[in-house]
Design a binder for this molecule. Sequence first.
Ligand SMILES: C[S@@+](CC[C@H](N)C(=O)[O-])C[C@H]1O[C@@H](n2cnc3c(N)ncnc32)[C@H](O)[C@@H]1O
Length: 219
Amino acid sequence: MSSANSPTTFNPQPLGWWERNMVPKIIGCCCAQPQIMKARSRVVPQADGDVLELGCGGGINLGFYDRAKVKHLTGLDPSPGLLEQTRAMMQQTGMAADIHAGIGEAMPFGDQSFDTILVTFTLCSVHDPKQVMAEMRRVLRPGGKILFLEHGAAPDVGVARAQRWIEPLWKRIGGNCHLTRPITGGYEQAGFKIAHADKGYMPKTPRPFAWVEWGEARI
Ligand SMILES: C[S@@+](CC[C@H](N)C(=O)[O-])C[C@H]1O[C@@H](n2cnc3c(N)ncnc32)[C@H](O)[C@@H]1O
């Protein structure tokens, strides 16, 4: 289904006890705080047409889609535990989706398949953000958009220093979640145009985890 140059094989590695049992719980707890839910409510309803949710694990976004605008929803995520939660959320919200196990670095989709790619709190956790962005470019239709909402590298020197200290331990316990990755700047470096973007510290959140940026990138 995908172009000749794009790898599509997903060989899941056996997960350890922590990844299987604790990471889904940590993500479920951290990613559903009220201030994060508020941020989701600003971004997710902008999705329209054929939509890909990259890193759909947990299914927390399912209740925020504007169903009148979404023609078809596809989800992709490598985590069996989080995909189980996504399926439970599909039942709970009544939002239908085609769910695929796989990674953003090698998407099992044809070129130009989607009008919208929604990416929330996911590029922090992938192994190779540049390769994921190259895959997003491949599967996005001309005129399509990437809606992003991510936490990442803070602009303040002291917070950035704390992020660098905490990250090595945090990514081990938090499912490979990085604190120091650029967000909007990462899309710009990958050659995307930023249609609009916003940023700031989330309230009631420790600063190293609180810097978020959200917006829309286009080819
Ligand atoms: C912090 S959770 C966020 C989940 C969801 N996007 C949300 O907003 O609540 C990070 C997600 O990225 C997924 N993930 C990790 N590596 C990935 C990869 N290489 N490609 C796609 N998703 C990945 C994880 O399984 C997990 O579901």
